[in-house]
Structure formats: C-alpha cells, structure tokens
Design a protein around this ligand. Structure first.
Ligand code: C5P
Length: 239
C-alpha cells in the first residue's frame, strides 16, 4: 500500500539550479518514483537536468506547458523526444489544431501528453479578467473535453475538479493534480486547493506536490506524513 501511494506522488522540482535539484534528488532517492521538472529549472539548466533525474533513477514529468502554433509545438516535442521524459504538458488553450499536432508528435515520441486546463492559481476573479464568463470549474471541464476529444492521455486540473472529470471520462483518462496542500500548510499562490488525502480519495491519478515537501525542515518526514495521512484515510472502516 505504501508503495502504491508513493508511486502516485510527483515531486515538483522547482529549484533554481542543478546543484539544488541534485540535493533534493538525493534526499528523495528510493522514496518516490516521479519528479516534475518545470519552467524554472528547465530554463536555467536545460535538458541536462532531465538526464540527471533519469540517471538517478527517477521518472520524469516535463511540465513546459507548451502553448504555441502547431508547427512550433510539434518541433519542441520532437526536440525533447530523446530525453526519456514520460509525461509532458501542453496548454489546452492552444486549441484544436495545436492539440491535434501535439498528440501526433507525442505518440511518435512515446510520451504521455497532458493538457493543462485552468491554472490552480486562478480563481473566479482571474478567469473573469481574461474574458471567461464560466466558472474556473466549467472552464476546466470545457478544456478537459477538448483534451479528451483530441486523444490526449489526460489533463492537469485542480483537485476540486477531479470528481466531475472522472464522471465524464471514466478511469481511462489521467488526472494529475497540483494545488495540493496538507491541512495547515501555506497556500502561497495556489487558490483551488485540497489536502492530499481528499485529492487521493476524489480519484486523482497523480498528486503534484512542491513547496509543502521541498521547503519542509525534513522533506522526507513531510512526505511520510502525507503518505500516512492518505493511507489512514483510505483504510476500510471496521465496526
Ligand atoms: O509548490 P506547489 O505544490 O504549489 O507546486 C505546484 C507545481 O505544479 C508547480 O510546479 C506548478 O508549476 C505546477 N502547476 C500548478 N498548477 C497547474 C499546473 C501546474 O501549480 N495548473
């Protein structure tokens, strides 16, 4: 059971350089399988950080949230196709032609493609400011429908949208959820959040957790506390 829960936690490696990334990888070696490399680290250090993580035995989710014209996105996916990345994000707002092209390139590269829906840092005020009249949940559901229609492997969504997405698309569509905050921890810039156990129970396939882990005084103890919490909440009740 512990192994199954840890396999579903993706550590967001949001640090400024390769040295700090290496220190975190060392701490979590043998503890979790997945790391997420995002814009900060990839912009600073490039593909070598992906190779570092692979060589240390981690599976890599490359979160570049690609959002450009179909030709550019296709070329970007081809450029990373030999890095050993297993999951990659594109932004669903790129629209049908871009998603279509991205899916073809990702299939060719054997990478699971995830569509970013509505950022977990956006609440109703933020979505209104960019011209949406629908709620963040409905924005997310519309973009998830588009991702599903164009054959993406799944989506990235806030944990608050797990149940309606699962209801629409069943189990064969990955739901990856950032915006995970253990009870009592700081929300920082995240707005649509849930605690790890509730997100797990709602049916998230993968919980993306960054600051609550890597800024903790003892990151591995913080991971173990989250895993324990999830296991306790999923134990069948005995009467
Ligand atoms: O530190 P924290 O747990 O908030 O990290 C969340 C991670 O998930 C960050 O790397 C962020 O870029 C990413 N993410 C997100 N919301 C999305 C998509 C990705 O927070 N909608």
């Amino acid at each position: 059971m512990a192994l199954a829960v840890k396999e579903k936690i993706i550590l967001a490696l949001d640090v400024p350089n390769r040295r700090q990334a290496g220190e975190i990888l060392c701490k979590f070696h043998g503890q979790i399988s997945w790391v997420k490399i995002g814009l900060q680290l990839f912009c600073a250090e490039g593909p070598k950080v992906v190779r570092d993580a692979r060589e240390s035995g981690f599976r890599v989710f490359l979160d570049l949230k690609l959002h450009d014209i179909p030709n550019t996105v296709t070329n970007a996916i081809q450029a990373i196709s030999n890095l050993g990345v297993e999951m990659l994000t594109v932004h669903c707002l790129g629209g049908p032609s871009m998603l279509d092209a991205a899916v073809s390139a990702a299939k060719e590269a054997n990478i699971a493609l995830l569509g970013v829906t509505c950022l977990t840092s956006m609440d109703e005020n933020e979505t209104r400011a960019i011209g949406y009249t629908a709620s963040p949940t409905n924005v997310c559901l519309n973009l998830a429908k588009l991702a599903n229609m164009f054959g993406l492997s799944g989506i990235v969504a806030s944990p608050l949208e797990i149940r309606p997405i699962r209801h629409l698309f069943g189990d064969n569509f990955l739901i990856v959820t950032p915006g995970i905050r253990p009870k009592g921890s700081s929300l920082a810039d995240q707005k649509r959040t849930l605690d790890p156990a509730s997100a797990f129970q709602a049916g998230s396939d993968y919980l993306v957790i960054g600051r609550p882990l890597y800024t903790a005084p003892d990151p591995v103890a913080a991971l173990n506390a989250i895993v324990k919490d999830i296991e306790q909440s999923t134990k069948p009740q005995t009467y």
